[in-house]
Ligand binder design. Structure first.
Ligand code: ATP
Ligand code: MG
Length: 137
């Protein structure tokens, strides 16, 4: 079993797409091991995306991530990190495969509906950023 951090981003929560995205997650065989709705502060969004600090879109990305509530969760499945990124599709919805979550729900490369950890070390950092051990069920 593997765990990954997933976020239904503020665009998708505000657009009332969270229920349909959760249905896709559960239908794909993931177990939700933790989940919380939270409105990130700008500083919390900057800490989460610190690896992108030098990128030209960092200011706009963190403003977007702090723009409204997001649904932050831990997903568990065999090969969860890769499996969740495959289900999400490419970062840019214009390049995402048919049937992926971003193809169906993302508005743009920035407002792209969901987040997923990209490797075991980032998954461990991201899960620990939002959840204490006892919050993982
Ligand atoms: P995430 O980390 O959110 O799962 P990702 O791993 O597919 O997405 P990253 O390269 O890590 O993509 O970028 C993090 C986030 O920054 C993207 O999900 C998107 O919201 C935003 N982003 C990425 N590239 C751009 C860009 N060129 N312009 C604007 N926003 C971008
Ligand atoms: Mg990423």
């Amino acid at each position: 079993m593997e765990r990954t951090l997933a976020i239904i981003k503020p665009d998708a929560v505000a657009g009332r797409k969270a229920g349909r995205i959760l249905d896709r997650i559960e239908s794909a065989g993931f177990r939700v091991a933790a989940m919380t709705l939270m409105h990130l502060s700008r500083a919390e969004a900057e800490g989460f995306y610190a690896v992108h600090r030098a990128r030209p879109f960092f200011g706009s990305l963190t403003e977007f991530m702090a723009s409204g509530p997001a649904l932050v969760m831990v997903l568990e499945a065999p090969d969860a990190i890769k499996k969740w990124r495959t289900l999400m599709g490419a970062t840019d919805p214009a390049k995402a495969d048919a049937g992926t979550i971003r193809k169906e729900f993302a508005e743009s490369i920035e407002r792209n509906a969901t987040h997923g950890s990209d490797a075991p070390d980032t998954a461990a950092f991201e899960i620990g950023y939002f959840f204490a051990g006892m919050e993982l069920v």
